[in-house]
Design a protein around this ligand. Structure first.
Ligand code: GUN
Length: 296
């Protein structure tokens, strides 16, 4: 099948990154070099890869980043002390604590300790509240913001669309639904959130003009759950066994891509769809955080 209906997340992310170059130059001419702190706790292999990619993207754009590593057994008190230090460091405009955190650390406590003005993840309750209120002065979580940007730049109309969001997590599902149901441009959709207790997910999906799959179940969305012509955004990253690969595993999304692509109107590939957008939106949020500094 030709790739005509693919939404190229890599190309769109590259376009966003190139638009940020001029903004970084303006900041530098005002004496501000955007600074971002990463915090990683433990040795989660996926988190290592994600933070590594984010560090590289920062370096390419001229954002100075520093990564703080804490051991798997670190306590909540230790992590809170580190965040307090980063909050008080003026050359750092953004702070990102990579999730998931070890079990002994409560994520919501950590996310609400990062200063809202440095919360480039959009996870602080103040920023979550602003998103719900339709107040555009807050930071928006990177992955759902990236999905919205992909829809806009691919010319997908969200106005009046029936959207199904699969998954109700705080990082993607809930903020995704909040963004798309707002009054305004690139929103105005009728949103249904489906989750593990939804009675008939297939019936909901079959009505959808746009489906955002973000529940973390490998290849959950099958072709018989998709209305022909629907737009499919795949946020999932799942490692599954694969006897044909050297490592014995492979990564797949939440969408059964091979069978859904032929009937979808537009679809994100995986990899190369939503993933690169998460990074692009993080860079955008960090540049914005630095701009707030020269405006304040
Ligand atoms: N883990 C998975 N996605 C994200 C994200 O967008 N931000 C952070 N901090 N952790 C994550």
């Amino acid at each position: 099948m030709a790739a005509a209906n693919l939404i190229d997340g890599r190309a769109i992310a590259a376009q966003i990154q190139s638009e940020l170059v001029a903004r970084v130059a303006v900041l530098k001419s005002a004496g501000v070099i955007p600074g971002l702190a990463f915090v990683r706790v433990g040795e989660d292999p996926a988190s290592k890869v994600y933070v590594g990619r984010k560090e590289k993207a920062c370096a390419e754009l001229g954002i100075v980043s520093e990564t703080h590593l804490l051991p798997q057994a670190a306590t909540e008190v230790e992590l809170l002390a580190l965040i307090a230090k980063l909050n008080a460091t003026s050359h750092l405009h953004g702070i990102l604590v990579q999730a998931p955190l070890p079990k002994q650390i409560c994520e919501s406590v950590i996310f609400s300790t990062v200063l809202p003005t440095k919360d480039v993840d959009g996870f602080h309750p103040v920023n979550v509240g602003k998103l719900m209120l339709g107040d555009h002065t807050g930071f928006r979580p990177c992955t759902p913001a990236g999905v919205v940007e992909l829809l806009i730049r691919s010319g997908v109309k969200t106005e009046g669309a029936e959207v199904v969001v699969l998954g109700r997590g705080n990082i993607v599902g809930k903020p995704m639904a909040a963004m798309l149901c707002q009054k305004g441009q690139a929103a105005n959709s009728t949103v249904t959130i489906c989750h593990s207790a939804t009675r008939d997910i297939k019936a909901h999906c079959l009505r959808a003009d746009i489906i955002v799959a973000a529940m973390g179940v490998a290849e959950f969305l099958k072709a018989d759950m998709v209305k022909p012509g629907a737009v499919i955004m795949d946020v999932g990253v799942n490692r599954v066994p694969d006897a044909t690969s050297k490592t014995g595993t492979k990564l797949v999304g939440d969408v059964d891509f091979a069978n859904v692509q032929p009937i979808a109107g537009r679809i994100t590939p995986n990899p190369g769809g939503v993933g690169p957008m998460t990074i692009a939106m993080l860079l955008q949020n960090t540049v914005h955080a630095a701009e707030l500094k020269i405006k304040s």
